[in-house]
Design a protein around this ligand. Structure first.
Ligand code: SF4
Length: 286
């Protein structure tokens, strides 16, 4: 027997799959997004950057450390893990390598001394995802990604993101971070627990920037993500139909062009700022 039902003649829109990293890249510079994710063959890039090396080493060491039971998360163990994961890509010379290897061991050991034992960790580089949208009854986005760490405190989840850049971060940075807000929404859905608090942990200084989100602030981040994702998909579709890449994904020159890894392939970026040296974005060691 034929099923009765409603047909409004409207095809549901497929969900747009996004990661916080992709959205942020497009917001910063659409051309950089295109060259990173769409252009093939892949455009020429700079070589490695020392600050990225340090960031990767610190993330790897902390991931392994927080996988251990709390009593084994000692500063000595943390320093040893930094040494085990150490790499030297992007540094000026052996003297700088040695200085930063020592600094990174100290940063991570100090961080663990102050923040290591108490964390009740429920996720390490945990994949989280959620269907979201400004109309909750008709989600438009599938947001997914890996959060550095998800803790449980007092029955709620807390999203933790490690930072290793030049400056300590403020609470306003945590509040502004679309990535953290989207991870909070995705952590709720994936781990079935409330999540409103997000934190940026700046490992070189041991400081923690905090945001306590409300439904309203999370909703604003979701709406903004929806706008960016819709614009990204429209531009990508038009590019596939033969549109002008530079018009659809315009360059957005800014001081950051000095250290953009795609500047060798970007004439506007080369004009916008002189090239930074690969170690210029390292955090100070003192
Ligand atoms: S160099 Fe600047 S303008 Fe060019 S892709 Fe990178 S960020 Fe964009």
């Amino acid at each position: 027997m034929e099923q009765l039902g409603f047909d409004f003649g409207v095809e549901p829109q497929p969900l747009i799959k996004v990661t916080p990293a992709r959205l942020s890249l497009y917001d910063d510079c659409p051309r950089r997004y295109r060259m990173t994710y769409l252009d093939r063959p892949a455009p020429v890039r700079t070589g490695p950057w020392a600050h990225n090396t340090v960031g990767a080493v610190v993330h790897n060491a902390l991931r392994e450390l927080f996988a251990l039971p709390a009593r084994r998360r000692t500063p000595e163990r943390a320093a040893k893990l930094v040494a085990e994961h150490w790499r030297s890509a992007g540094f000026a010379d052996a003297v700088q390598v040695a200085r930063y290897a020592e600094a990174a061991r100290r940063w991570v050991a100090d961080y663990v001394e102050h923040h290591g034992a108490e964390a009740d960790v429920v996720g390490l580089e945990r994949w989280v995802s959620a269907r979201v949208g400004s109309d909750p009854s008709a989600p438009s986005l599938l947001v997914e990604g890996r959060a550095d760490r998800i803790d449980r405190r007092g029955g709620e989840l807390v999203v933790v993101d490690y930072k290793t850049g030049r400056r300590a971060l403020q609470d306003a940075d945590a509040q502004r971070s679309q990535a953290l807000a989207l991870y909070a929404v995705a952590a709720r859905r994936t781990l079935h627990a409330p999540c409103s608090r997000v934190e940026l942990h700046h490992v070189p200084t041991g400081t923690v920037a905090v945001a306590e989100h409300t439904e309203k602030t999370l909703g604003e981040h979701v709406r903004k993500a929806e706008e960016t994702a819709t614009a990204t998909r429209a531009a990508a579709d038009r590019l596939t139909e033969g549109g002008d890449p530079d018009h659809l994904f315009p360059a957005r020159p800014a001081p950051r062009c000095a250290w953009c890894e795609l500047r060798p392939s970007c004439p506007e970026g080369k004009q916008a700022a002189p090239a930074a040296r690969p170690w210029d974005l390292l955090a100070p060691t003192t």
